[in-house]
Write a protein that binds this ligand. Structure first.
Ligand code: GCU
Length: 338
């Protein structure tokens, strides 16, 4: 009996020693560094969504270029909270990094609304000329006034309306329809301009609201419509492409202030490179999501150019309300359409 206990003791000690030695050798051989900083990154889309893949790429680049000193842990699926809560947390450094929709950020910096006015851009290239130039840079820099550092612009394509059953092809068809919008005053006003009833709720609540019928429709880009399964509960997608709402990658100023100048440069550069990567993924996903939805039986309503003009005209009150103090900037953006 005593011999057996001794044997077990010896065996356990050997396992322990081999474990510790193995760990030390592994450390030594792989030179796995101990991170100096471990940061959090909030993302509300699923793991394979283009913006999430961009975030993973960003984290990987930063890890590589700081020789493992900075590790960024990406939390997807809104695990760290809803967009409005993430903004609040970033202001106090509770969340270090995030990718956020401009609609949500414009609630903090209302001047940002000018970049997401309905029917503003002729196409994606027009928007990128604005964002990749001095206007885009100015808005990124401006985030510092709100305790955040704007790092780069991510693509989120064009947003269109979708409804459960029925057909909608002209502004009049929106009369009385309850349409979910982001928690954004501009988006509420936009739906009101069409005679609809805006229902501002968070992204995470839209599926069940459509399923329960507490709303008649919503609006989003093809990849989101597909990825979170809205096509299952709102099967008519109206390609009116009323807005292009870009997204921003940000760092909390609290976090930024503890970093060296050199690390800030690395992070900024990695953010820009991850944005280029995300934009390529976005284009592919926009196409494949649309194709998949059609294959699954979604009814696609194309809007005629004449009807599109009528949608645009219906938006005059929002231009008056949101751009009256920035007329020159608005004109400059419109001019950049070519
Ligand atoms: C897009 C965007 C999300 C946002 C969502 C929304 O899908 O990528 O970040 O939350 O729109 O409609 O709320």
């Amino acid at each position: 009996m005593q011999i057996t206990i001794r044997k077990i003791f010896i065996a356990l000690s050997a396992v322990l020693i081999i474990g510790i030695a193995g760990g030390l050798i592994y450390r030594h051989v792989t030179k796995e560094p101990v991170p100096e900083y471990i940061f959090t990154y909030a993302e509300n889309q699923s793991e394979n969504f283009p913006t999430s893949l961009g975030a993973y790429y960003f984290a990987e680049l930063v890890n590589e270029r700081t020789d493992g000193r900075i590790r960024i842990l990406v939390y997807t699926n809104g695990e760290l909270g809803r967009e409005a809560d993430i903004i609040r947390q970033m202001k106090y450094g509770g969340v270090d990094f995030a990718r956020l929709s401009l609609s949500q950020l414009a609630e903090v910096d209302p001047k940002l609304n000018i970049l997401q006015m309905p029917y503003l851009y002729n196409d994606a290239d027009h928007m990128w000329r604005v964002l990749d130039g001095k206007i885009g840079d100015m808005f990124l820099e401006n985030m510092e006034s709100y305790d955040m550092v704007g790092l780069s612009w991510y693509d989120a394509g064009a947003r269109s309306f979708y409804v459960t059953g029925g057909s909608v092809s002209s502004p009049e068809d929106f009369e009385g329809l309850r349409i979910r919008v982001q928690q954004s005053e501009l988006m509420e006003d936009m739906v009101e301009c069409l005679g609809g009833v805006p229902v501002p709720i968070s992204y995470e609540e839209v599926y069940s609201a459509l399923e329960l019928g507490t709303i008649d429709g919503a609006e989003n880009n093809w990849p989101s419509y597909e990825d979170v399964g809205h096509y299952k509960v709102a099967d008519t997608y109206i390609v009116d492409e009323h807005t292009r709402v870009p997204e921003m990658q940000l760092c909390s100023a609290n976090t930024w202030n503890m970093l060296s100048e050199e690390d800030r440069e690395i992070i900024k550069q990695c953010a820009v490179e991850s944005a280029i990567y995300e934009r390529v993924l976005w284009q592919e996903r926009e196409k494949s999501s649309r194709e998949r939805c059609i294959e699954w039986g979604v009814t696609v309503v194309e809007i005629t150019p004449e009807e599109k003009d009528r949608f645009r005209e219906a938006m005059a009150p929002v231009y008056e309300k949101y751009c009256k103090d920035n007329k020159e900037l608005l004109e400059e953006i419109i001019r950049m359409g070519g």
